[in-house]
Design a protein around this ligand. Sequence first.
Ligand SMILES: Nc1ncnc2c1ncn2[C@@H]1O[C@H](COP(=O)(O)OP(=O)(O)O)[C@@H](O)[C@H]1O
Ligand SMILES: [Mg+2]
Length: 364
Amino acid sequence: MNEKLRLLVLFGGRSGEHEVSLMSARSVLGALDREKYDVIPVGITKEGRWLAGPHALEAFTAGEFTDLVPVTLLPDPSRRGLWRWEGERLQPYAAVDVVFPVLHGPFGEDGTLQGLLELADLAYVGAGVVGSAVGMDKGIFKDVMRAHGFAVSPYLVLTRGEVEAAAEEVAARCEAQLRYPIFVKPANLGSSVGITKAHNRQELLAGLRLASLYDRRLVVEQGVDAREIEVSVLGNEAPVASVPGEIIPAAAFYSYEAKYEDEASQLVIPAALSPAKTEEIRQLAVAIYQAVDLAGMARVDFLLEKTTGVCYINEVNTLPGFTQISMYPKLWEASGLSYSELLDRLIALALARYDTRRRLRRER
Ligand SMILES: Nc1ncnc2c1ncn2[C@@H]1O[C@H](COP(=O)(O)OP(=O)(O)O)[C@@H](O)[C@H]1O
Ligand SMILES: [Mg+2]
């Protein structure tokens, strides 16, 4: 390759995982091979403004945006690439070959950004619109898992409206169908934001109200006394699974604090599992990945019940935490793929998927 690939790296974003995204982006930007890529860093503020500049990440980390250039992508494929605002006019800013959304949660990982990138006719890292959206919505995701016959812990999907109208009634319905401890989650978030583990009616009510602050739809599910096992999957049509890893949370569950602020949570790589269990979980991870039509990458998270050995699928993360010490890249490292090789593979997969889609017939 003599021409460098022009790679747009997006970070920050409007979700509650803005700061997590900055951490992931620091590792990604630090490891990209500048001989291969012309990197265009663009931060998205919490309000949704797109700001570019060679030092955009440092500027975002410092909360100092004045030297950055406002930019945008257009949904019109005849106006590809990044445009800059000059007052009220648009001027070309940079051509783009591939986009790497290093964004977690809503407006980045949930199919919305992916829709824009499809309209803009750009190749991008990770799952497409449907895979991203299904992966993000914990309720729909569980419905799909159940339809495919994968084991999911018993759950209910509720709306904020129901909780506001009759919280006690909703709680009674949960208790009739699920055993404590009960996890209450907003359907569309990540990083454990808004999630509670309830042990009684009072905590359940508080959890329902808390989750309602974050989403219109809630998922309420039966707690499993389980080991948390995660697998990294990589690929498009023929995905492959890494060795499994295990999370040993420092807190009562793997909360936001346990994930990012508490040093005592541990990653065990590879997870201590029998060869047979390891194989079962890796195959399960690939089957789940394909059932949701994922692409590029995803981390597939399981709850391995201690008493029964049943492997419940908990969730998939289509843009998982991506710092050098995050589970997704660590599992690949343990499987023989270095962090920067992983970035190369993801970018190659993005281009391959773009090519496949371009070859589709559009007319009748
Ligand atoms: N059904 C469950 N049984 C036991 N623990 C759970 C259950 N659901 C969630 N947890 C705990 O809560 C954490 C966060 O829940 P998760 O669904 O993974 O949300 P997030 O998308 O925020 O990571 C999990 O890592 C696990 O520790
Ligand atoms: Mg999780």
